[in-house]
Write a protein that binds this ligand. Structure first.
Ligand SMILES: Cc1cc2nc3c(=O)[nH]c(=O)nc-3n(C[C@H](O)[C@H](O)[C@H](O)COP(=O)(O)OP(=O)(O)OC[C@H]3O[C@@H](n4cnc5c(N)ncnc54)[C@H](O)[C@@H]3O)c2cc1C
Length: 374
């Protein structure tokens, strides 16, 4: 009998599994896919040997010292600074995130921070602003229409104003020439790949992994249980289906050594059905490879009962979400977490940080108390 069952082998589940196992608890990890790793999983492309991020591109970045120390127990990182460009409707390529280079390229004049403010300041920031108002107050109307509006509609499949304002607040806006997408202290790609890192976390004699199995088919009643799948699925959709968005990644091997000269190119034009093209070899400039492999990313709504990649959290989701969150608080010896279980857009470092916190504050004391009462 395991001391703890974990449903889902992404970073959230594996962090808790690893912490519990290293303290002597027997852990059963149940994963519905045929391999561990969740959305951060990777594999070697059979034609080129390039590491492909199976479910879409992943760049590790964090300012959290505790998380950084923890992840370095399992992997080293090669430094990588992510840069993103976007193709707009007239075919020009402009740099993201929004900064002096974006404005200068778009308007074809030299921008200064003060000039940027005059273009953006037409709609003052206000705490009650909608998504559109927040976007226009921070980047101006032209760049909103050109870069954000149709891309957001493509990615989320809804009007931007149906989305929480937090989505647009994640987009960095800088009054500098800094062209790195992230500004975190630590940024990189795992030296031996994501899958090696994830496998190492699960590789402990106290951890048993059961693949191709839906943990909800045998939710344990008497064993402490961590669930990292979709929040609405856990409760059998009793308050209704939450909105989830997915992506299809269409893979190809263009007949060249370098397809686009960078890892990520966005397509803001509404007439282009995909949102991004990823060329994975650019995440590893230290490895020379012949040929290339790309993914074109096509967003779509999830099928009913399908596990989605992104929680939408649109206006119509919020009442249901509140009910699910209340129901979660009633659970005893069962914890929901991670990106799907919390129905929150969380990066890898945030997922690992929240798993470490849940372990320290709730699960570890619970297991210790159980041992004392047995
Ligand atoms: C396209 C894309 C790009 C991203 N890029 C970045 C990035 O650059 N940097 C970054 O920091 N983060 C990025 N992320 C976020 C990152 O993927 C997540 O932070 C991380 O994967 C979350 O880990 P998790 O364990 O919470 O969830 P997941 O990785 O989704 O793992 C959950 C696991 O639970 C399994 N599961 C679900 N239901 C069940 C069930 N009923 N029974 C058994 N198993 C179940 C799933 O199959 C899955 O393996 C990206 C996400 C996506 C989708």
């Amino acid at each position: 009998m395991p001391d703890l069952i974990i449903g889902g082998a992404g970073f959230f589940g594996l962090t808790i599994a690893e912490k519990a196992a290293s303290q002597g608890y027997k852990v059963l990890v149940v994963e519905q896919r045929n391999k561990i790793g969740g959305n951060s999983a990777s594999h070697k492309d059979s034609k080129t040997g390039i590491e492909v991020h199976t479910y879409g591109p992943h760049i590790f970045h964090t300012n959290n010292e505790i998380v950084w120390k923890y992840v370095n127990k399992f992997t080293s990182f090669i430094p990588y600074k992510h840069k993103v460009k976007t193709v707009i409707a007239d075919g020009r390529v402009i740099p993201l995130p929004f900064g002096l280079a974006t404005y200068s390229t778009y308007y074809n004049i030299q921008f200064t921070p003060a000039l940027m403010d005059t273009y953006n300041g037409l709609l003052p920031a206000n705490i009650n602003n909608t998504f559109k108002e927040t976007a226009i107050s921070s980047i101006g109307e032209d760049l909103y229409r050109e870069v954000v509006e149709s891309y957001t509609k493509k990615h989320w499949g809804c009007d931007p104003d149906e989305l929480p304002v937090s989505v647009i607040k994640r987009l960095p806006v800088r009054r500098t020439w800094e062209d790195g997408y992230f500004t975190d202290k630590y940024q990189g790609i795992p030296s031996n790949g994501y899958q090696t890192w994830l496998n190492k976390m699960a590789n402990h004699p106290n951890i048993t992994v059961l693949l191709n199995t839906n943990v909800l088919d045998f939710v344990p009643t008497n064993i402490p249980f961590v669930y990292t799948g979709a929040l609405d699925a856990f409760f059998k959709y009793k308050f209704g289906h939450l909105g989830w968005r997915s992506i299809d990644l269409i893979e190809s091997h263009p007949d060249t050594n370098d397809f686009q000269g960078c890892a990520q190119m966005n397509y803001a034009d509404a007439n282009i059905p995909y949102t991004r093209i990823h060329e994975y070899k650019h995440y590893r400039p230290d490895i020379k490879t012949i040929g290339t492999v790309i993914h074109k990313e096509y967003p779509r709504n999830t099928e009913p009962y399908e596990t989605g990649a992104y929680p939408i959290n649109a206006i119509q989701d919020r009442e249901k979400l509140q009910k699910y969150r209340e129901a979660t608080k009633e659970l005893k010896g069962v914890w929901l977490g991670g990106r799907l279980g919390s129905y929150k857009y969380l990066d890898m470092d945030a997922v690992i940080a929240s798993a470490l916190t849940l372990w320290n504050n709730k699960i570890k004391p619970y297991l210790e108390a159980q041992c004392h009462t047995v």
